[in-house]
Design a protein around this ligand. Structure first.
Ligand code: NAG
Length: 244
């Protein structure tokens, strides 16, 4: 009896969340800035679809010009060349052309979880690239962001940083929508049902990475459907500095 009630309850909640998600994903622009160009920074190929699919699809829906900069080829298991191609295909599946994807293969940025990347070097690479890649106002980027890098989106008015959630919320999939809605955030991107399929297609381009636990991730991770992000701006930085 109780099991039936729980099952029906979850199904109803799921249905309500999917309707809500579709309504949210059709909404007008969510970002409070008009800058067209955006640059997504990621650490490894597959971060773009495992963590950022809702953001990417949301930014494209807003007609932004998107570029992706990946700081390593993911060469830890000597699959660098394969993973590079997978990244290109995955971005194409998400709607980003190969010409807008840049992959860095730098001796000093090894794909090794035990090596801490030098943020000055990342900043230098970004500075060198950004003039040729995208034209956005890099002065709008707060100083403290210079230590974060991978896992953020540079956009004219500041930097969007992906909010990480605890392990329980992480695997709630769509049912995390009420939580994501209630928690404070600056920007919320959700995908529609069709876009979720698109995100899964992109993930399938990363054949070398599709181990069983990633398939489970694909089904249950809320990052495949929901991205909540904080917008760091220079004004906020200054306020925080004054307050401290
Ligand atoms: C790719 O980059 C070009 C040049 O910056 C830009 O015009 C175009 O909109 C970008 N494509 C996408 C899908 O963002």
């Amino acid at each position: 009896m109780l099991a039936t009630v729980l099952l029906v309850g979850s199904l109803l909640l799921w249905w309500a969340c999917s309707r809500w998600r579709d309504a949210l994903s059709e909404r007008a622009p969510v970002l409070p800035c008009t800058a067209r160009a955006a640059l997504l920074l990621i650490a490894h190929p597959d971060d773009e679809c495992m963590f950022f699919a809702p953001t990417i699809l949301g930014l494209l829906r807003e007609q932004r010009q998107l570029h992706v900069l990946c700081f390593s080829t993911g060469n830890y298991y000597n699959q660098g060349e394969i993973r590079k191609n997978e990244l290109i295909h995955s971005c194409t599946a998400l709607g980003i052309p190969p010409s807008n994807v840049t992959l860095i293969n730098h001796r000093d940025l090894p794909d090794n979880p035990n090596v801490q990347w030098n943020t000055d070097l990342l900043w230098e690479i970004l500075n060198n690239l950004h003039n040729s890649l995208v034209t956005f106002d890099i002065k709008g980027v707060p100083w403290s962001v210079k230590v974060i890098h991978a896992g953020s989106v540079f956009i004219g008015c500041g930097v969007l940083v992906l909010e990480t959630v605890n392990v329980f919320r992480k695997y709630l999939s769509l049912l995390d929508l009420p939580g994501s809605w209630l928690y404070p955030k600056d920007v919320l991107f959700t995908v529609s049902g069709a876009q979720y399929s698109q995100a899964k297609e992109a993930m399938k381009c990363h054949q070398s990475q599709l181990l069983w636990f990633r398939r489970i991730y694909l089904l249950f991770s809320r990052y495949m459907m929901i991205n909540s992000l904080a917008l760091l701006t220079c004004e906020k930085e200054e306020k925080a500095l004054k307050a401290s």
